[in-house]
Design a binder for this molecule. Sequence first.
Ligand SMILES: C[S@@+](CC[C@H](N)C(=O)[O-])C[C@H]1O[C@@H](n2cnc3c(N)ncnc32)[C@H](O)[C@@H]1O
Length: 172
Amino acid sequence: MCSDRLFIGIDSNAENLARYSQKAAQKPTKGGTPNALFVHANCERLPTELCGVAQELSILLPWGSLLKAVVLPDLAVLQGLRCVCAEQATLRIVFGYDQCCEPGITMALDLPPLTWEYLQAVLIPCYAQIGFAIQVRQMEHTELRDIPTTWAKRLSYGKDREFFEIIGHGLS
Ligand SMILES: C[S@@+](CC[C@H](N)C(=O)[O-])C[C@H]1O[C@@H](n2cnc3c(N)ncnc32)[C@H](O)[C@@H]1O
């Protein structure tokens, strides 16, 4: 982890955060790091103290209401995420779901099929509306192995299915 940056992990699930927070508080030889802090918050109501602090915003393999917000997309939630970012901040979102593998959640959240038409005609203009210029690309399933998170590892060895990466930056 780069020592000249502060990393802020945000999640609505306190248990998940507690695990990483405990690890970060350990000695560096045991995987600890002094430049990470953790915020228990919903993406729908991010603390105002975080306004404008992020040079980079990463949302890796969102699920539940966070997934819904980035894919549908929910402009109010995206606006909140944009607020966390500095003017020229970079954005990275890696996401994927499958109507066949996850029929329950895709129906419950009313998630659209991830067609190129949807990504180009709906997603890109919505992100531009809230101040992010983005590009979307399909990822190779095996690329998930390069993302150092629990779910990326888990999914990279699971069923071969579609994942997408949104890369963008803040518009001034
Ligand atoms: C599949 S896990 C991925 C976790 C981690 N990024 C990884 O790759 O291992 C999805 C995460 O999204 C979080 N999440 C879901 N809805 C959220 C919301 N509304 N606000 C903040 N976090 C949310 C969940 O608590 C969960 O930790």
